[in-house]
Design a protein. Structure first.
Length: 151
């Protein structure tokens, strides 16, 4: 039985995508790399594909954080501070659970990201729910990114 981990999405199977790894025994995050070359335009948000999907337990999520060195060197940040990948995002019908990192270039210069550049790190978290929580009772995710609704 699989507990948690990463897989390559089907459309990137033969494109040399490496599965994320921690770099030291005390590293909390698994480094996520760009799956292709991407240009971050100045003062704009760009979705950077990773070619990956993540599976986990129902009471867990994957937090996506920009790597600090990459962020500081390039004046780049995650647009929503922390991306959240829910457990039911995995293998959804719309995009197979493909993880994109939403980066904003805060500088006035374009930032070129080469395929394989480690841009973010993913950290698995467990979360708690309130008494009598009924979210998800019988509900199934019907889409990919942003599919749980607006507002």
């Amino acid at each position: 039985m699989k507990t948690r981990g990463f897989e390559v999405v089907t459309t990137y199977t033969d494109k040399g995508i490496a599965l994320p790894a921690r770099k030291t025994g005390c590293s909390a995050g698994y480094d996520l790399a760009a799956a292709e070359d991407v240009l971050l335009a100045p003062n704009r948000v760009t979705l950077v594909p990773t070619g990956l999907k993540a599976y986990m337990q129902p009471d867990e999520y994957l937090g996506i954080h920009v790597r600090s060195g990459f962020s500081i060197r390039n004046l780049v940040s995650c647009v929503n501070d922390e991306g959240i990948i829910d457990a039911d995002y995995y293998d959804n019908a719309e995009n197979e659970g493909h993880i994109f990192v939403a980066l904003i270039n805060l500088s006035d210069k374009p930032v070129q990201i080469e395929k394989g550049t480690r841009i973010a790190q993913g950290i698995f978290y467990r979360y708690l729910t309130v008494d009598d929580d009924t979210a998800g009772v019988g509900a199934i995710r019907n889409g990919g990114m942003g599919s749980t609704g607006e507002g």
